[in-house]
Design a protein around this ligand. Structure first.
Ligand code: BG6
Length: 479
């Protein structure tokens, strides 16, 4: 059923995500008049605040996390907010919450950003208070479990109250403009698609590098590690967008049908196809930073870096490796996808001494949003001593191409789609399960092989074994 919600209920309203992302995104949407003036936002969490206290909390978060030029109309935004304290683990309290929310006949969107252990009691409480009717949507923020079994448990609990077409699972990478642009690049241009296959692509690299360490998420991160924190969700979504077949149209069913086929075609990773690492003290951008064990205050086997050689077993990608790597405390914050094409089948310049390099498409997702295609070009000259060829970049910096457009937080797009009911950029249950199945097999392999993370110095690109993983195949990581 299509409806635009006129109420948004935020669980975990005083949490980190709410402060950094949700409240700033909603305020920015409000400032740009993109949400209906009638939309009411109700926050709930354990903290004992009243409406005024929550508004003050929100004001401080906005002043801290939203740039001043996007805070227009902050006072009227704060007037949309109200708050109801709740102990999510007991049924008492949900009726009071429902009274605070008010009528839901026009539409209620619930955003659940709480510890996974609270998912089930919260769903029960919401059902108990009647907040599960046909006009209620449920949005879930990660972590949605720690493996396939626990993710199925959460999904089953949610499915008991809300049908799949009203469940919105967030992967905030899908809210990033440049990630969506991947689809435009592939499917709104004629020149890439005929080459986008094993006949013309040698391999693909996906790197998500972060300079931050543990931040304040000690307990969560040490239980999770890089594989579950970054690969299971964001990196596999990027891989699926790169590898999927063209969907019939840009809508939730068509796009997600194609992505899930890719995820189900991922080959089980074998021994020798992954490398894990954990950072030790080093320096990033000239600043000394402590090692993971020092930040944690104890030794741990959790990986803060992972590199994987993945394969998509289907006709299009037969024999094309996808090299994935992600880690904390790497030299720079960067998310990019590199598509390495094959060499031309025959060089007409070989007899003239020229060497060739294959074309390369670099899709910069963040912080630089650009697309660079490296092409071979003749070095100008009279060529008396032979022809010289060199790679030159064809470079599109998206902020320049679209100057004047606002750079939005990924959650702005996702919250708006949630309120309006468009699931295209949300992850469907079958996708999540296919993702976990592949990840669980990797974890099982690590356990069987008794693989422990190798150390790497903070500020480096991970353990040297990660470089070897690619170099064994004659591939160098793009840096
Ligand atoms: C989150 C992870 O999902 O994504 C974090 O839990 C990570 O560990 C973050 O830092 C990265 O997001 P972004 O948008 O900064 O690349």
């Amino acid at each position: 059923m299509s409806f635009t919600a006129d109420r948004l209920l935020l669980f975990g309203a005083t949490g980190d995500l709410s402060q950094r992302m949700l409240l700033p995104s909603l305020c920015a949407l409000h400032a740009d008049e993109l949400i209906d003036p009638g939309l009411k936002i109700i926050g709930t969490a354990r903290s004992d605040l009243d409406d005024a206290g929550f508004r003050q909390f929100a004001r401080e978060a906005l002043e801290k996390y939203l740039p001043a030029n996007r805070r227009g109309g902050m006072a009227s935004f704060l007037n949309r907010l109200s708050y109801q304290p709740l102990d999510a683990t007991t049924l008492e309290g949900y009726e009071e919450l429902a009274r605070k929310v008010g009528p839901t006949d026009k539409g209620l969107a619930i955003f659940l950003s709480t510890a996974p252990s609270l998912f089930e009691p919260t769903i029960k409480g919401l059902q108990h208070a009647g907040l599960d009717g046909e006009t209620v949507r449920m949005c879930l923020e990660k972590p949605l479990g720690i493996d396939l079994a626990s993710s199925c448990e959460i999904n089953d609990a949610v499915a008991g109250a809300y049908p799949e077409d009203r469940i919105f699972r967030i992967d905030h990478y899908l809210g990033k403009e440049t990630v969506q642009n991947l689809l435009a690049l592939r499917f709104a241009n004629i020149m890439f698609e005929p080459l986008w296959n094993a006949a013309h692509i040698d391999h693909v690299q996906i790197t998500v590098g972060e300079t931050v360490g543990l931040e304040s998420r000690v307990a969560y991160y040490d239980d999770s590690g890089a594989l579950r924190d970054m690969v299971q969700n964001h990196m596999l979504q990027l891989l699926a967008l790169v590898a999927m077949e063209p969907p019939g149209q840009f809508d939730a069913t068509a796009v997600r049908d194609e992505k899930v086929k890719v995820l189900r075609s991922l080959r089980k990773v074998e021994t020798g196809e992954t490398v894990t690492g954990q950072y030790r003290a080093g320096a990033i951008g000239g600043q000394a930073v402590p090692g993971y064990d020092e930040e944690l205050g104890q030794e741990s086997d959790t990986e803060t870096f992972v590199a994987i050689k993945a394969h998509v077993d289907n006709w299009r990608w037969k024999g094309v490796p996808f090299y994935l790597r992600t880690g904390k405390r790497l030299p720079r914050r960067v998310t990019e996808i590199i598509v390495h094409f094959r060499c031309v089948p025959h060089s007409i310049f070989a007899g003239k001494g020229a060497t060739m390099q294959p074309n390369k498409l670099v899709i910069g997702i963040q912080p630089e949003e650009n697309i660079t295609l490296s092409l071979m070009s003749k070095v100008p000259g009279l060529d008396r001593e032979g022809i010289r060829l060199r790679q030159v970049p064809l470079n599109i910096a998206l902020p320049d191409a679209f100057s004047g457009t606002v750079r939005r937080i990924a959650y702005e797009r996702l919250l708006l789609d949630l309120i309006e009911g468009d699931q295209t950029l949300f992850v469907r249950r079958d996708e999540v399960e296919a993702q976990w199945e592949w990840i669980d097999a990797i974890r099982m392999l690590w356990a069987d092989d008794d693989l422990k993370p190798k150390t790497y110095t903070a500020g480096s690109w991970g353990p040297s074994a990660a470089i070897a993983l690619a170099e064994r195949d004659g591939v160098s990581w793009h840096e």
